[in-house]
Design a binder for this molecule. Sequence first.
Ligand SMILES: [Fe+2]
Length: 291
Amino acid sequence: MQRAVPSADTPPAGAAADWTIPQNWNDYTASEHATWDALFARQATLLPQRVTSEFLIGLDVLKMSKPGIPDFKELSERLLKATGWSVHAVPGLVPEKVFFEHLANRRFVAGRFIRKPEQMDYLQEPDIFHDVFGHVPLLAHPVFADYMQAYGQGGLRAMRHGAIDKLARLYWYTVEFGLVRSGSALKIYGAGIVSSHAESLFALDDPSPNRIAFNLKRVMRTRYRIDDFQQSYFVIDSYEDLLRQTLDTDFGPLYAELAQETDIEVETILPVDIVYTRGSQAYARAKRGRR
Ligand SMILES: [Fe+2]
């Protein structure tokens, strides 16, 4: 998830003014490294046919198959060479302004803790596996790297327009839960999907969710779910197209327009949507029935 909260308190004790902390890589225990390895092995088996090829190239370029939790120093050295990005530890969620400033300066902030073995399938706060395995490989791709920086710059602008909630939807439906067209197939690239075994299957195979062609304004009107699998996924044509749409849009007038329009519910399909899959929503309905 977007690792930011609205409030702008001072950094916690031990953190720098930009909220970063040392990763203290030597402090990880053997069992924490083993948790990373188990999560890595499970996704490495599942993903090759499902994930965008740029993600797999990123894993390779960054040598992320090396056993154990990655050392951010080593990872940043490789990433700096590839695209000028680096990875820094933070204690938890950071204020929005801090988060956007890091992205705008090509710095990715990540949690340093790893989930417990009994949380292999779900945890609420993003851990190092979500942040690093999920997000960092695509930062080695030049176009996606530029998109993430543009998002950070856009975030600082959105703060001035009071439109963070609208912009956050763009992050959610691309960086976290995006799908991309690859020939006649769809592939996953969002970090929330690639770091989740169950959603890596659900997002592509399950008949429940909608899969709809990406449209910037439409996405920024769409609510999202934070507590379960998505009910709609948005499909980009390419990273180039995503970056171009982001850079070519004049967000000031767009925010003014969005302020006049109603939100779109998570499961809604609009007549103008280009639909890859009209979802049955059976999964979400069954879940609702059980609540
Ligand atoms: Fe995330």
